[in-house]
Design a protein around this ligand. Structure first.
Ligand code: CTP
Length: 396
């Protein structure tokens, strides 16, 4: 049941165990999954696309330029899935994926893919142990790929070495486990705020905050992957709307507050990751202000503290906020936890290398109750998953 209707893309590459993909694909099909298959040219020499087509009940993409009736653009169609299973994964496909090479249909669909990737490496043991392969795997894991560890083999008396495709049952369990866990937030409504806010001075200028929205978007996607209904309230960012998520675009702090309050009644979890501007001009000029001594001083007033307002009418909701600090990180973050009536504060020192604005990584300290949990530097996508897992844990 757990796989019924789940959209899974299987990328098959040219490992000698490509034939084992047939068993997995027919089991996925029998379990009710909706499958799309991509095969590299080498994989096609080891097992025919026809076999995979018959087993999956779906045409198989072997050519990035195939725009026959079945495909609009194969690499993009293939990326529309809930899980991308790469099986077997050669050293070559992992090297290409790690470095963004998209020269055939499997690597191109991996580049377009934004679903979680389960990767089952299989290759000669020396190729597997080669530092290049290990380095590429580490890059992919850092980006959130899940490796289904290869098995070890060794003749008696010789050292045990890794490289053989994981046992079929292990692969099946990983897939079932993913979808069983993928529903940890099923039935929950999650509001995530992201990005900066702009507070206009006149029709041309504004004061605002720095914030790319990457952390908030990653959080929204991570919550959606756990089966939550997600509403993402985004300030001005240059990111694409994630598929399957309701996105409300706002500009100012008060618009952000209105959009959140509109959704708040039946919300279960709110994560305020937006960098909300603390001040707005007291008056917004309806014409462009001319430069000159008369306009040198700008009178500002405080914007609403959205999160503190939500904390006052918290009910049974779970509220998480961020604390962007440059000093006294934990002390200030603990203050925000109490003052805003929160369940969780995610603090980061925005001056620290790898934790500031516009970068793809973050260094988070999670503060809840009287606990402090420090996470190492990691990609924002990985940090988002850790945060959602922590929220699930704290919700019990
Ligand atoms: N926040 C908010 N409304 C504001 C300002 C902040 O909802 N007007 C939220 C942020 O989204 C974040 C948390 O409150 O989740 C803490 O924001 P931060 O900028 O770190 O702190 P401030 O509350 O603004 O306090 P200070 O600037 O003094 O550190």
């Amino acid at each position: 049941m757990v796989l019924q209707g789940r959209k899974i893309t299987v990328g098959i590459t040219g490992g000698i165990t490509a034939y084992k993909a047939a068993e997995i694909v027919s089991w996925l099909k029998a379990s009710g999954a909706e499958l799309q298959i991509a095969m590299t040219a080498s994989a096609c020499q080891l097992i025919t696309p026809l076999t995979m087509k018959v087993l999956s009940g779906h045409p198989v993409a072997t050519d990035i330029m195939d725009t026959s009736a079945n495909w609009h653009a194969p690499h993009i169609d293939l990326a529309d899935c809930e899980l991308y299973l790469l099986l077997p994964a050669t050293a070559n496909i992992m090297a290409k994926a790690a470095h963004g090479i998209a020269d055939e249909v499997v690597s191109a669909s991996l580049l377009a893919n934004h679903a979680p990737v389960f990767c089952a490496p299989a290759m000669n043991t020396y190729m597997y142990e080669n530092p290049a392969t290990q380095h590429n795997m580490a890059i992919l894991q850092e980006r959130g790929w899940q490796m289904i560890e290869p098995d070890s083999s060794g003749l008696s008396g010789s050292p045990i070495r890794k490289g053989q495709l994981a046992d079929i049952d292990t692969i099946k369990q990983a897939i079932v486990g993913f979808f069983a866990n993928a529903s940890k937030l099923a039935g929950k409504k999650v509001i995530v705020s992201a990005g900066p806010t702009y507070e206009f001075i006149d029709s041309v200028s504004f004061i605002g905050t720095r914030g790319s929205g990457k952390m908030g978007y990653a959080l929204a996607e991570a919550a959606a992957r756990e089966g939550a209904e997600v509403v993402l309230v985004a300030g001005p960012v240059s990111l694409n709307d994630p598929p399957g998520i309701t996105v409300k675009h706002v500009v100012s702090a008060s618009e952000m507050q209105d959009a959140i309050l509109d959704e708040y009644d039946d919300a279960d979890i709110v994560i305020m990751s937006a960098a909300v501007a603390d001040y707005r001009p007291a008056k917004v000029a309806d014409h462009k202000l001319k430069k000159g001594p008369e306009n040198q001083c700008l009178e500002v007033v405080l914007t609403p503290d959205i999160l503190a307002g939500l904390g006052k009418q918290k009910g049974s909701r779970f509220l998480a906020g961020f604390a962007a600090e440059t000093d006294n990180l934990e002390q200030y973050a603990q203050g925000k936890l109490k003052e805003k009536n929160l369940d969780l504060v995610l603090a980061n020192n925005v001056l620290e290398d790898g934790a500031g604005f516009d970068v793809d990584t973050n260094i988070i300290t999670a503060i809840y109750g009287d606990k402090i949990e420090r996470f190492p530097k990691m990609s924002k996508k990985k940090a988002a998953k850790e945060i959602i897992d922590l929220i699930v844990k704290l919700l019990g």
